[in-house]
Design a protein around this ligand. Structure first.
Ligand code: ZN
Ligand code: ZN
Length: 346
């Protein structure tokens, strides 16, 4: 380490995935005491101020995603303060507020990296899956993958922007929404409620389709044109749709709701199996079905700049860091609309 803030302790509290399994019936994560990590060359040590609870953390904790690192600390929506700089880090000062997101490493040499599609890099690594994340008092991040954050938001409000916001933003791009077009959003949690606001700010008409009553109300409060059940037909054909709910059964439902030439983007890293599609009803007339895989750093910077220019209402629910398991359980149970955020008690 070349530069260190004076008051860094030697140990910290953190969550680890010990035995992936259902959060409501087992204890897949444990709250433990760990050494505070030391940033390697090119890395920043971040004192965590807030860390969002993303559905992907649930997939990592429950084993829907394969284990990439034993006893990993989840969390990839980290807002923190720079506490120490590893050798060779430039562009950041001690105390700067920085963001740590899901994408943590790309090779920079493969054909995807070289063509601007680093989200498809086969050598990519991810925060809170391949490396310890932000359900902790401290974490590290390669400086090349840390983000400057916009003003005008609290730490708790910023956290959900770092995955929910960024992935939603990429999903909206992948959904190819025409200017002034009609967008359908299936599922309305942390990512969707931010994406809806981006689409509305861009002049879209937005219809929300979700099973949860509270989320439907939130959608209407944010200015969406309608909110109905997930399997209901929207009031008009959709130019574009984004599937945020990890429910493959909704793919044919959403494809049928598309107008001719419409595009459905599946936003999640995990989706239950998609049932049979029928060519004429679901895909003909040049409808498109697309996935969304992570994001590039360019997407992240673009979105954070958008959030700086257009204030987004972030529906954040703070939890003490020690209540991380409860936050995962509440997320799974759909106990709140919006996003849970863990706050360490430094
Ligand atoms: Zn690459
Ligand atoms: Zn995420």
């Amino acid at each position: 380490m070349s530069t260190v803030a004076a008051e860094i302790p030697t140990t910290m509290q953190a969550w680890q995935v010990v035995q992936p399994g259902p959060v409501e019936t087992t204890t897949p994560v444990e709250f433990v005491q760990l050494p505070v990590p030391t940033p390697a060359a090119g890395e920043i040590l971040v004192r965590v101020l807030a860390c969002g609870v993303c559905r992907t953390d649930l997939h990592v904790s429950e084993g829907d995603l394969p284990v990439h690192r034993d006893h990993v600390t989840p969390g990839h929506e980290v807002v923190g303060a720079v506490a120490a700089l590893g050798d060779g880090v430039t562009g950041f000062e001690l105390g700067d507020r920085v963001g740590v997101a899901w994408l943590r490493h790309t090779c920079g040499q493969c054909k995807y990296c070289l063509s601007g599609d680093e989200n498809l890099c086969p050598n990519s690594r991810y925060t809170g899956w391949d490396a310890p994340g932000g359900y902790a008092e401290y974490t590290t991040v390669p400086a090349a993958f840390a983000y400057a954050l916009p003003d005008g938001y609290s730490d708790i409000e910023l956290a959900p922007l770092l995955c929910a916001g960024i992935i939603g933003y990429r999903s909206l791009k992948r959904a190819a929404l025409p200017e002034g077009g009609v967008l359908g959003i299936y599922g309305f949690g942390g990512s969707a409620h931010l994406t809806a606001q981006v689409a509305l700010a861009q002049g879209a008409r937005v219809h929300v389709l979700t099973r949860d009553e509270q989320s439907r109300q939130l959608a209407l409060d944010l200015g969406c044109a309608s909110a109905a059940g997930a399997y209901d037909a929207p009031p008009e054909p959709l130019d574009s749709a984004i599937l945020f709910a990890p429910v493959g059964d909704l793919v044919p439902v959403a494809m049928r709701a598309l107008d001719r030439g419409g595009t459905l983007a599946c936003a999640g890293i995990y989706l239950s199996d998609i049932p049979e599609l029928h060519y004429e009803a679901d895909l003909f007339y040049e409808k498109q079905l697309r996935s969304v895989t992570s994001n590039t750093r360019g997407d992240a910077r673009e979105f954070l700049a958008f959030a700086g220019a257009h204030h987004l209402d972030v529906d954040a629910h703070p939890y003490a860091l020690a209540d991380g398991l409860q936050a995962l359980r509440d997320l799974k149970a759909g106990a709140f609309a919006g996003a849970a955020v863990l706050v360490p008690d430094h």
